[in-house]
Design a protein around this ligand. Structure first.
Ligand code: RTP
Ligand code: MG
Length: 148
């Protein structure tokens, strides 16, 4: 089953949006298979955002993502990589549609609440960067009955 790496950025954690964001992906029907609240080191930030190394905003981006705890997650489900990107909304909140996470909660591009992998290659790379294999679980919700 397809997996993606999603992360509530430091602004989302500070604004108490972790629950709201988890809720959206749960309600959609995806399965949370790994999660942790953590601080990102300078080294991890530079690796994670390596593709933007030459961009003028790289320094700011690394400073921001290391400025406070993030909530790192791995989600599983059919087409979860592209669907999560749709649910996040456009990178720049001034273009992200209402109803999306960035459209509903963010104003500026530098503080856009959430990160999500943009392809299957980046999902594999980012999951590997943030999680050890034993930190991920595998389960089938339909097999667990809490009521009967
Ligand atoms: P992300 O990687 O965080 O999920 O965001 P994204 O794919 O939608 O956007 P990407 O192009 O990968 O950019 C990474 C992050 O860099 C910041 N950014 N700042 N000042 C700027 O013009 C600018 N452009 C991008 C954003 O926080 C973006 O999420
Ligand atoms: Mg990106």
């Amino acid at each position: 089953m397809e997996k993606t790496f999603l992360m509530v950025k430091p602004d989302g954690v500070q604004r108490n949006l972790v629950g709201e964001i988890v809720n959206r992906f749960e309600n959609k029907g995806f399965t949370l298979v790994g999660a942790k609240l953590m601080n990102i080191s300078q080294e991890l930030a530079e690796q994670h955002y390596g593709e933007h190394k030459e961009r003028p905003f790289f320094g700011e981006l690394v400073d921001f993502i290391t400025s406070g705890p993030v909530f790192a997650m791995v989600w599983e489900g059919e087409n979860v990589i592209s669907t999560a990107r749709l649910m996040m909304g456009a990178t720049n909140p001034k273009e992200s549609a209402p109803g999306t996470i960035r459209g509903d909660f963010a104003v500026t591009v530098g503080k856009n609440i959430i990160h999500g992998s943009d392809s299957s290659d980046s999902a594999a790379r980012e999951i590997n960067l943030f999680f050890k294999e034993e930190e991920l679980v595998s389960y089938d919700k339909s097999m667990i009955s809490w009521i009967n």
